[in-house]
Design a protein around this ligand. Structure first.
Ligand SMILES: CC(C)(COP(=O)(O)OP(=O)(O)OC[C@H]1O[C@@H](n2cnc3c(N)ncnc32)[C@H](O)[C@@H]1OP(=O)(O)O)[C@@H](O)C(=O)NCCC(=O)NCCS
Length: 178
């Protein structure tokens, strides 16, 4: 059983707000060698109408976050991260599943992302949730010219979501609307 389940406290998902950005940028810096700036997140939340960002929190503390651009029926993941001490407990999987559910709710049929060819941990998570490789972007990352693996997943609505959409009252996502 994962640590957060033993503690018996709920993990909740909600939309990222401007007030979250300070914390998000701290997690970003502990997670990536080329982290996004505060300004980048601010622009995403206030000016990019395609963008949806969500945070995952427990007891009011942000444990992770993820973002995507929803363009027609495709969801492009821009970033996903779990705070360093909380990794390996199933939280990244929960977060990505919630992002996939949110994307389906917004009408996406496919989800794509880029991942460093050396990022085995993230690639394992993506493969576990149905992503497959579709190509390589050579020298994609500007900090070390590392190649990016392009991955895609087909998104399947759950029975509950398909029924709700057919009835014209889709289940509201818990997060993701900026
Ligand atoms: C990638 C990341 C979001 C995964 O979150 P996490 O909470 O650590 O992952 P989970 O505990 O939910 O694990 C889910 C799956 O990921 C894979 N995984 C997790 N830890 C792993 C490790 N140390 N080595 C290999 N695979 C691992 C496994 O497939 C695992 O499923 P399993 O437990 O059934 O084997 C997290 O590690 C992170 O924030 N990393 C830094 C930022 C990053 O690289 N983001 C992705 C950019 S593309």
């Amino acid at each position: 059983m994962a640590e957060w389940e033993k503690q018996g406290t709920e993990v909740v998902f909600r939309s990222m707000t401007l007030g979250d950005i300070g914390t998000i940028v701290r997690i970003e810096r502990e997670s990536f060698t080329a982290p996004w700036s505060e300004e980048a997140f601010r622009t995403e939340l206030t000016q990019n109408h395609f963008a949806r960002y969500m945070v995952m929190e427990r007891d009011g503390a942000i444990l992770g976050y993820g973002g995507m651009w929803l363009i027609v029926d495709e969801a492009h993941v821009t970033n996903i991260a779990v705070r360093e001490p909380y990794r390996g407990q199933g939280l990244g999987e929960r977060l990505l599943r919630e992002m996939m559910r949110t994307a389906v709710w917004f009408g996406a049929k496919r989800m794509t992302l880029e991942v460093r060819v050396t990022n085995d941990r993230a690639q394992s998570l993506y493969r576990k949730l149905g992503f497959y490789e579709s190509g390589v972007r050579p020298n994609y990352y500007s900090d070390n010219q590392e190649d990016a693996l392009i991955m895609w997943a087909e998104l399947e609505p759950t029975d509950e979501e398909a029924d709700a959409q057919a009835a014209g009252s889709p289940r509201r996502p818990k997060g993701g609307a900026s």
